[in-house]
Design a protein around this ligand. Structure first.
Ligand SMILES: CCCCCCCCCCC/C=C/C(=O)SCCNC(=O)CCNC(=O)[C@H](O)C(C)(C)COP(=O)(O)OP(=O)(O)OC[C@H]1O[C@@H](n2cnc3c(N)ncnc32)[C@H](O)[C@@H]1OP(=O)(O)O
Length: 260
């Protein structure tokens, strides 16, 4: 039984809706990652499901990204386990045979943005409070190569380089302009817009669309698959550095003090 991920049958035949519900901010904790992987595996094996709309149960925060508390003050074995789970989620999402449509109904930084970038299409609610992007450099860390590749595949090299160096979090209109999302709609129309685009994608025969998706994505997937263990060791080495730990602690404190 999953607590942090809700899977519902969509209103249209063949469509499931996967909702994030990990309060307070839908951070990708280890438990959340594991529940997501299990939910996605079940959906992948369900022949009746052809498409999945991915969204947050409560509007406001789509996903707050990776859980910073999983990357601070832990031991190397924990960092390795956590990173393997992050890799696994990305591999499941990016290689999914289903049509994935992200209905972005809230803040979508870093790991949240990455998850949405694995989808085939992104619709974002037109709310200036919501932003999306790979903001790692603002935390004093860097997006790993496969985060970078996923962004490059979406927006192109120049736009990705600029967004990554600056760690830009784009509000909806700018996100649309740069191509990080495909459509921006009034908030109350988000779910219907996601279902409408899903219907268009499902009009294509599955086998042709799936083979095309695999052809487009395989080179990027292969890069990680062939050096998965090295990527874990690299993450563990970097995240364990005192300077990185200090940077993450400072960022977490800033988030906590924001309220005070
Ligand atoms: C130079 C070499 C470096 C090498 C480094 C190695 C490679 C590392 C690669 C790692 C890649 C990382 C990817 C990530 O995803 S990092 C996470 C990025 N996420 C963010 O920056 C988002 C941070 N959060 C926010 O901006 C806001 O919280 C948000 C807009 C999401 C919501 O705002 P709101 O005002 O509604 O809520 P609060 O800010 O008050 O937060 C409520 C509590 O939640 C805690 N929180 C928020 N985000 C996170 C998070 N990502 N992980 C853990 N906890 C989080 C926040 O601290 C509050 O906690 P308290 O209630 O205890 O105060």
């Amino acid at each position: 039984m999953s607590h942090r991920v809700l899977v519902e049958a969509g209103p249209a035949a063949g469509v499931a809706v996967l909702k994030f519900r990990n309060p307070p901010v839908n951070a990708l904790s280890l438990e959340m990652l594991m529940e997501l992987v299990i939910s996605l595996e079940k959906l992948e094996n369900d022949k009746a499901v052809r498409g999945i709309v991915i969204t947050a149960e409560n509007p406001g925060i789509f996903l707050a990204g990776l859980d910073l508390t999983e990357m601070c003050g832990r031991n190397p074995a924990h960092y390795a386990k956590y990173w393997e789970a992050v890799q696994e989620l990305w591999l499941r999402l990016y290689q999914s045979s289903k049509v994935l449509v992200a209905a972005i109904n809230g803040a979508c930084p870093a790991g949240g943005c990455l998850a949405s970038l694995t989808c085939d299409y992104r619709v974002m609610a037109d709310n200036p409070k919501y932003t999306i992007g790979l903001n790692e450099t603002q935390l004093g860390i860097i997006a790993p190569f496969w985060f970078k590749d996923t962004l490059v595949n979406t927006v192109g090299h120049r736009a990705a380089e600029q967004a990554l160096q600056l760690g830009t979090l784009f509000p909806p209109a700018k996100a649309l302009q740069v191509g990080i999302v495909d459509q921006v709609v009034p908030e109350e129309q988000l779910q219907s817009a996601a279902l409408s685009v899903m219907a268009q994608w499902l009009a294509i025969p599955d086998h042709a669309r799936q083979l095309t998706k695999t052809m487009m994505r395989k080179p990027t997937v292969d890069q990680l698959v062939k050096q998965r263990e090295a990527d874990i060791q690299s993450f563990v080495g970097l995240i364990s550095q005192d300077s990185i730990q200090r940077a993450l602690q400072t960022y977490l404190q800033k988030l906590r003090q924001k309220k005070g």
